[in-house]
Design a protein around this ligand. Structure first.
Ligand code: GTB
Length: 218
């Protein structure tokens, strides 16, 4: 059985590859493993059949012949563990790559999500503008530290890994914010990730869904 993942039938990101199926698609493309995508509507996400796979009613999910998973980080790790290319074989090096996956999702991403959520749901509030500098400062703080650590290296742990995949996927959410541009090495880091043929295939896959949804919607 080819693994099956779920993605939005009509993603709010309008095909920019910002929804969390993107990292999963990218991981499959990096390791050259085939997969199927099952598209779901927002309504379907909240139905019992989907919640049996994803208790929080979200995408992405993942099913293979042995197990079913949710959480994009866990799914990328599963793909990386089953196929060569995204995790080093040596145990300590492997642990360091997994550490960077966690860093991307639990240290770098939260202030970015907080900022996105504020822009999405709080923009009409009287205190919206006053809170922006604080939210942006929290992101800046993480970017400054990440930039220092990356320095002039191409990737976080020598060669491209699942850690870079998750980190670049997270940093892409800052496109258009002006924050990434404060660190030229992070701009080139993200561009290096986006230039990978596997990234492009994954991006094109999700973009095709957006085009199909747009055509269907007239
Ligand atoms: N921690 C989970 C994971 O990593 O898998 C989070 C999954 C998640 O947030 N899924 C979102 C979802 O299903 C889609 S990706 N939301 C529906 C719901 O909760 O009802 C988050 C996302 C959505 C849209 C954009 N965008 O438009 O730019 C970016 C990111």
């Amino acid at each position: 059985m080819k693994p099956v993942i779920t993605a939005f039938r009509d993603s709010p990101d309008r095909g920019q590859g910002l929804a969390r199926d993107m990292a999963v698609r990218w991981a499959f493309e990096e390791v050259g493993a085939p997969y199927d995508v099952r598209l779901v509507t927002f309504a379907e996400l909240k139905e019992p059949a989907h919640r049996a796979l994803q208790p929080f009613g979200q995408i992405p999910t993942y099913e293979d012949s042995e197990t079913a998973l949710f959480e994009s980080g866990a799914i990328v790790l599963r793909i990386a563990e089953r196929h060569a290319g995204l995790l080093p074989a040596e145990a300590s090096a492997r642990a360091r790559v997994i550490m960077w996956m966690f860093a991307a999702l639990s240290t770098v991403e939260p202030p970015i999500v907080e900022h996105d959520a504020a822009c999405l749901v709080e923009s009409e509030e009287s205190w919206f503008a006053a809170r922006q500098p604080l939210l942006r400062a929290r992101i800046r703080h993480r970017l400054g530290d990440l930039s220092l650590r990356l320095g002039d290296a191409d990737w976080l742990e020598g060669t491209f890994s699942a850690g870079d995949l998750m980190m670049v996927a997270v940093l892409r959410r800052l496109h258009g914010s002006g924050l990434l541009e404060e660190h030229p090495n992070l701009v080139t880091y993200v561009a290096r990730g986006e230039a990978r043929p596997a990234f492009k295939r994954a991006f094109d896959g999700q973009y095709a869904v957006f085009i199909a949804a747009s055509s269907a919607g007239g």
